[in-house]
Design a protein around this ligand. Sequence first.
Ligand SMILES: O=C(O)c1ccccc1NCC(=O)[C@H](O)[C@H](O)COP(=O)(O)O
Length: 234
Amino acid sequence: MTDRRAWLPQIAAAKQQGYIPVIAEIKASSPAEGDLIGNRSIADIVAAYEAGGAACISVVTGQWFGGHIDMLSETAATTSLPVLRKDLIVNLDQIKQSQDYGANAVLLTRKILRPSHLAKMIELCLNLGITPFIEVASQDEMADITSDNRIIVAIANRDIGRKELDINSGYKSLNLIDHLHANVGARISASGISSAEDASKLIQAGFDGLLIGTSILKAANPAQAVREITSIHQ
Ligand SMILES: O=C(O)c1ccccc1NCC(=O)[C@H](O)[C@H](O)COP(=O)(O)O
């Protein structure tokens, strides 16, 4: 398997080199948009994301989004960029499974995990050398995130419970970022990001990176779409 770079150094390196760290996502379909991949292979998409300067790759393996665990190993075999598994991960075995399939970060969705269980999952990730990528969607969900510079916190612009149909909800993360009081390794704005202008506002608000799926998958030229965001001048 490819020797994978670590998440936080990769995000820091992109910033240091003057690029916006983009976590570019591979997602088979969305309830709002339908098929997002068409006749492309995972290798085609990864190549475009790398050409656009993506810092990291996210792979949605969840069935809601037409995903499958094999998409993870296929991606991991194609790139040395850091790889995140996005799925409804609720037990410790899924964390080990994610690593076996090539992920070096896993999504932990605060909304569906009790704080004590979330703490155990974070601990296992850190023991295994996996970066916990904790997603929150409200002020309440951020309240019990504790400071740890080895974790990533992603603030979602959409509510997972609405199955991505709340497309016009605006950039919720812009209002929430100042309520995240924990010191963490990186703060990411996730979901619904569709223009360089909006990406720029999110970075100016203090985010260390952006997770983007649908808009770059739908773009006529995904490499260019990623490049337009990674190369924004601040
Ligand atoms: O948010 C979750 O808990 C979740 C769990 C499993 C699979 C997907 C999940 N969320 C949706 C996404 O991750 C979005 O695909 C991602 O944020 C990208 O959003 P977009 O740019 O709007 O496609």
